[in-house]
Write a protein that binds this ligand. Structure first.
Ligand SMILES: [Zn+2]
Ligand SMILES: [Zn+2]
Length: 246
């Protein structure tokens, strides 16, 4: 399997490291000697992620869990390889877990016309899908409202619309929010926008508004630069541009 290299590694806080690929981002969260990986890049990302863990002064085995925000290939494709390397447990929402396990192909997004050229560009930047993808040996299923034992309690916030089982992960003690693809930052100007390539754009907008209401200092998106400070206000201002239908 050809490696899918990182294009940038950046520490957002002493506990939070951004891992950027050609398409999309993953994050490492640190609790003392224990790490959590949020999303795992595309196929081929396993070894590059392990390298970023070592470079942070840890062993891959320090990564106890991989939490997937949703099943899409650019977020879940590296899961099997990194889980094998690290021994980490894999978590995904129950509605997306079957696709992460490879039990069946996930549903394709409903593309808006203006999204088609974006999608073609993303496909061109992603590695070719492997004939025989490395799947995680086991995937634990998350439910809305679950609290994971990291960052003083990480809340699983439902964010369906991008996919049925899309989640965000909110760490209230640290004001950190991982939005997955419910929210993104535009690669052109950093503007905070709803994610693209959704199953249901209206539901993605509802999720966007729900996430914007959370108390957040640092917002970490699946695509585009994170908001490093005062993120709640930035997200609420962005969400106000997409008013709920009345
Ligand atoms: Zn996605
Ligand atoms: Zn994505």
């Amino acid at each position: 399997m050809k490696p899918y290299p990182l294009t940038e590694v950046r520490d957002l806080t002493p506990r939070l490291r951004l891992l950027r690929f050609a398409v999309g981002q993953a994050y490492l969260w640190r609790d003392g000697s224990e790490l959590t990986l949020i999303d795992a890049g595309a196929p081929g990302a396993g070894e590059p992620i392990a390298e970023a863990v070592r470079d942070w002064g840890h062993a891959p085995q320090d990564v106890r869990r991989i939490v997937l925000t949703h099943f899409h290939e650019d977020h879940a494709g590296g899961t099997g390889a990194f889980a094998r390397i690290s021994g980490a447990e894999v978590y995904a929402h129950g509605l997306d877990a079957p696709y992460v396990r490879g039990e069946r192909p996930g549903p394709a997004p409903v593309y808006e016309d203006w999204e088609r050229p974006l999608h073609a560009a993303a496909l061109a930047a992603l590695p070719d899908p492997p004939d025989d993808p490395e799947l995680p040996a086991a995937v634990r299923e998350l439910a809305d409202g679950d609290v994971l034992d990291l960052g003083g309690g990480a809340h699983v916030v439902p964010a369906p619309g991008h996919t049925e089982g899309s989640i965000a992960l909110h760490l209230p003690q640290h004001g950190v929010l991982f939005t997955g693809d419910a929210i993104a930052a535009s690669p052109e100007d950093g503007r905070v926008v709803p994610g693209v390539f959704n199953l249901d754009r209206d539901r993605t907008l509802t999720a966007f508004r729900r996430l914007a209401a959370l108390d957040t200092e640092v917002a970490c998106f699946g695509h585009g630069d994170p908001v490093p400070a005062g993120a709640g206000a930035v997200l609420r201002a962005a969400a106000a541009g997409y008013p709920s239908p009345s």
